[in-house]
Each structure stands twice: as C-alpha cells, then as structure tokens.
Ligand binder design. Sequence first.
Ligand SMILES: C[S@@+](CC[C@H](N)C(=O)[O-])C[C@H]1O[C@@H](n2cnc3c(N)ncnc32)[C@H](O)[C@@H]1O
Length: 277
Amino acid sequence: MDATTLRRAIARTRLAPVAAFPKRLARVARHDAKVIRTTTRWLFTSREHHNYTYDLTKLSRQHLAWFVSVVCDVPVKQVRAYLDEIESDDTLRGHIEQATAGSARRGLADRQVRYARRIGWYAIVRATRPAHVVETGVDKGLGSCVLAAALLRNAAEGHTGRLTSLDINPEAGYLARTAPWSEVVDLVIGDSIASIGALDRPVDLFLHDSDHSRAHERREFEAVEAKLASGAILLTDNVTHTNVLAEHAERTGRKFLAYRETPRDHWYPGDGIGVAW
Ligand SMILES: C[S@@+](CC[C@H](N)C(=O)[O-])C[C@H]1O[C@@H](n2cnc3c(N)ncnc32)[C@H](O)[C@@H]1O
C-alpha cells in the first residue's frame, strides 16, 4: 500500500483526527510564530498607539484600484495612475515627514509616511472631482493632506474644490495646517454632528472617520443627508466594524460596496472603505 492510499484509508477511520493533529499543530505554530515576529518588531520599531499606518499588500492595492474603478466608473488604468500619483508625490511625503518630526506629539508618530487605504480616497477625489469634500475625524491630518493633495491636482486641471475637515480635538490636523495643502482645507473644531449641521455648501463627497460608535456613525449620515449635492458619494472608514452605511444606502435607495484592506507587514487586520452612491 503506498502513502496516499494509506492516508486515504486512515481518513475514513476514527483515527483520522489523531493522524491529522501534527499537521494542524504545525500550521498553527507557523501562523503564531509569524504573528509574534510581526508584533515584536512593531512594538520596538513603531511609536503609534492608534490610527496605525502601513502600506497595503500588492494584492490589496490591486483590488483597491478595481474597487475605485467600479464605484467611480473610470478605467482601472486611470485609477492605477492616481494611486501612483499620490504615492510618488515627494513634496507631500517630505512635508509630512518634516511636520511629524517637528510636532510636539512626534513621540507617538512614525517617521515613515504610509497612507494605507487613504490612497483610495485620493483616487476617488481625482476620479470624481468634487467641489466640496467633508471628512469627519482628522487626527494628525494624514487623510486631510491626502484629500487636499487630490483637490490641488484637480484644481491644476481646472476643477477647484475644498475640503472641510471636522474634529472635536483642537490639536487635530497639524499636518494639514501648511500651504499649499492648507489653502484648500477648512479645519472646523467641534462635535461633528453640530459641525455638519452648520455646513453652508452642498457636499459632493462625505467621509465618516470620527467617533466610530455605531450610533455616532448613523447620526453623521442622517445629519449630512440634507446637505448633500445631487449624486453625492458617501464613504465610511468603519465598514469592517458596522453595517451602518449599507443600511443607510438601502434606506435612501443607493448602491453600496465595501473594500477590506490588507496591511503589509503589520499585525493590525486593517480597515476598509465602505461606499454608498
Ligand atoms: C480615526 S481618527 C481620524 C483619522 C483621519 N481621518 C486620518 O485619515 O488619519 C478619529 C478622529 O475623530 C475625532 N473625533 C472623535 N469623536 C468626534 C466627534 N464627536 N466629532 C468630531 N470628531 C471626533 C478624534 O478626535 C480623532 O481625531
């Protein structure tokens, strides 16, 4: 009897779980060893304590390009060009490195600039050329810078637009307070629900990335509804945790899609982009 025939014979007996155990143990051990290697390296090389940054795996980046292509109805080649554009923007990268190094909170930030799924936000702004983008939740201002960079490129091509960035923390947004990016950003400090209520221009693209509780996310989408321009696009950064935007899309007769990012060389499982349009 050869090895394959023997294995198949054992698989049909009550000994099957015992026989399979060493192989299963080895797989779990390999997986756990990788997790321990990644988390240990991160603990001693990164300074971040929340809102982690990382690059996407090659495959995750490819899927993001297709996701944006389908949502914005633009050729995937064009989207890939937008992703390359933001990643090779050395002026923005240099500014973020410098501003991070000069910030009072540099002890809690990494020197390396990594945008993760924000490159998808960039591509959506480049593809749809919104006149008014609203981002709730700013933190250091990494997303605001990426969105502002897209608006500046759009403006250079004749399509002007502004970003309203909302955060409850008066110290938020230090990366987005430098020209030229700051020239297209209005940073508003206060609770996002009140700030959305005070918006005085129609919103073409709305991104929820503030208080990620289900209730607050739902309140933001309800509050912004009356402020939306026709054909507005709604994004959430919370799509791997809640179904709030999908439910909102269903209630309001929109389409919905979700992209789940995969971080490269990071223990964090990643977030995603939920979109309703
Ligand atoms: C995940 S961070 C935002 C990340 C940012 N969009 C980026 O791209 O890096 C969440 C931010 O939401 C802000 N926040 C929390 N609750 C808020 C609220 N009720 N209104 C406005 N901002 C809020 C926090 O101060 C924090 O800066």
